[in-house]
Write a protein that binds this ligand. Structure first.
Ligand code: NDP
Length: 365
C-alpha cells in the first residue's frame, strides 16, 4: 500500500481525522459527503489509482475535495493491508464500509467471506496495534445480520441476530447475508478478546436506495455494471426490464426483504455513530415493494422516460401486505443518532435523477 496523492491543500481543520474504507462505494460516497460537509479531514481507501483519481475529480466539482486524500488498498483481506496508512496518520475515527456486495459469488470464501470477515478483523487488529489515537470504529454491517428469513420475528430490532449458518454461506444465494453476520460477529468478538482502546458501533442498514456514488464514470461510458447492487432494480425498471414486449408489466417479486432506507440517512447515521454510544444501530426508512417503486417512477418520470420504457401497471398487484408483514423498531437510531428517515418517493426519485444524469454525463454540471 502506498499513499498516492493528497489533494490540493494542507490540512488546516481542527476536526477529527477519519479513515474511510471502500471510498468508491455507494454508501461510502455519501458518508464522504457528510464527512466533508462537516469539515473532517479524510483518508479514503480505494483499490486502484484510477479509482482514486476519479473520486478526487468528482469531489472537486463539489468543492469538497480539499481535505480528502486517497490511499490504495487493493484487497482488504490481505493481512496488514492498512498498516502503513495507520502508521502515517493520527486518526480519531475509522469508518469501515468496504465489503463485497453482489447477488452471487463464484468463490464464496475468497470472493466474499474472507474480505468481509478477515477484512474487518485485520483492520481492527491494525488499528489496535498501530493507531492509539482512534477512539471509535463505525462498521457498516447490514440488516442481513439482524433479520432471519424465512422464519421472521414479529418485530426486529438490534437485539436480533440472523441464524444463517456457515454451511448456508456456501450457497450463493446466502453467501452475502452470511458474510455480513459473520463479519459483524467477528468485530464484536475482537472487542471482547482484545479490549482495545477504541469502541465500536455498527450501522445495520437495510436495502439502501438513493443517488449513485460520485466516483462512477460520468459519461456515455456509464453502464449498468457501474450501478451498485441495491439500486440496480431501479436501473432495470427505467431501462425497460420490467416491461414485456406488449407493454404489460413484469414486476419481479420483492421477497424476502420489504424494507428500504435512503443512503443519505445511512451516511448521517455513520457520522452520528462516531460519537454516539457504541451500539448496533438498525436503520430502516420504511417498507417498500417493487410495485410501489414502479408506481412512483411512473408518476414522476413517465414523461421524461418516454412511453415504451415503463410497464403498464394496470391490473398489477402489490406483493406487500403490511398487516401480514414483520415489523421493525428503529427507535434507537432515531433517538441516539437523531435520524429522521426519508420516504420511499424521495429516495427513488433522487436515485432515478442521478442515474439519468450519470448516463447523460451531466452528473457534475
Ligand atoms: P458497493 O459495492 O458500492 O461498495 C463496496 C465497496 O467495497 C467498494 O468500494 C469496493 O471497491 C469495496 N470492496 C469490496 N471488496 C473489496 C476488497 N476485497 N478489497 C477492497 N475493497 C473492496 O456497495 P455498497 O456501498 O452498497 O456497500 C457498502 C457497505 O454497505 C458494505 O459493507 C455492504 O455490505 C453494506 N450494506 C449495503 C447495503 C445496500 O443496500 N447497499 C445494505 C446493507 C449493508 P470496488 O468498487 O473498487 O470493488
Amino acid at each position: 500500500m502506498t499513499l498516492i496523492k493528497a489533494l490540493q491543500q494542507p490540512q488546516t481543520s481542527k476536526k477529527e481525522k477519519v479513515l474511510l474504507t471502500g471510498g468508491t462505494g455507494f454508501v461510502a460516497s455519501h458518508v464522504l459527503d457528510s464527512l466533508a460537509t462537516n469539515g473532517h479531514p479524510v483518508v479514503v481507501t480505494v483499490r486502484s489509482e484510477e479509482k482514486g483519481n476519479r473520486l478526487l475529480q468528482s469531489l472537486s466539482h463539489f468543492g469538497a475535495s480539499k481535505q480528502v486524500q486517497y490511499a490504495i488498498v487493493p484487497d482488504i483481506s490481505t493481512k496488514n493491508a492498512f498498516d502503513s496508512i495507520l502508521r502515517d496518520h493520527r486518526f480519531t475515527y475509522v469508518i469501515h464500509t468496504a465489503s463485497p456486495y453482489q447477488l452471487s459469488f463464484a468463490d464464496p470464501i475468497n470472493d466474499c467471506l474472507n474480505p468481509a470477515i478477515k477484512g474487518t478483523t485485520y483492520l481492527l487488529d491494525s488499528i489496535h496495534r498501530l493507531c492509539p489515537s482512534v477512539t471509535r470504529v463505525v462498521i457498516t454491517s447490514s440488516s442481513a445480520a439482524i433479520i432471519n428469513p424465512p422464519n421472521h420475528r414479529d418485530v426486529y430490532d438490534e437485539s436480533s441476530w440472523s441464524d444463517v449458518s456457515w454451511e448456508q454461506a456456501m450457497q450463493p444465494e446466502h453467501t452475502y447475508r452470511a458474510s455480513k453476520k459473520f463479519a459483524e460477529q467477528a468485530a464484536w468478538s475482537f472487542l471482547e478478546e482484545h479490549n482495545p482502546r477504541f469502541t465500536i458501533a455498527t450501522i445495520n442498514n437495510t436495502y439502501t436506495f438513493g443517488p449513485l456514488s460520485r466516483s462512477l464514470a460520468n459519461s456515455a461510458k456509464f453502464s449498468s455494471a457501474e450501478v451498485n447492487t441495491s439500486n440496480r432494480r431501479i436501473w432495470d425498471l427505467i431501462h425497460g426490464k420490467w416491461r414485456n414486449p406488449d407493454g404489460s408489466a413484469f414486476i419481479p417479486s420483492t421477497a424476502p426483504v420489504f424494507t428500504f432506507v435512503d443512503v443519505r440517512d445511512v451516511a448521517d447515521a455513520h457520522l452520528a455513530a462516531l460519537t454516539a454510544p457504541g451500539q448496533r444501530y438498525y436503520t430502516v426508512g420504511g417498507f417498500f415493494s417493487n410495485y410501489q417503486i414502479a408506481r412512483i417512477v411512473d408518476e414522476e418520470f413517465k414523461g421524461v422516460l418516454g412511453g415504451d420504457v415503463l410497464p403498464d401497471l394496470k391490473g398489477q398487484a402489490d406483493d406487500f401486505e403490511e398487516d401480514k408483514h414483520w415489523k421493525f423498531d428503529v427507535s434507537r437510531s432515531e433517538k441516539e443518532l437523531g435520524i429522521r428517515y426519508r420516504g420511499l418517493r424521495e429516495s427513488v426519485r433522487d436515485a432515478v435523477v442521478s442515474m439519468l444524469e450519470f448516463e447523460k454525463g451531466t452528473a457534475f454540471n
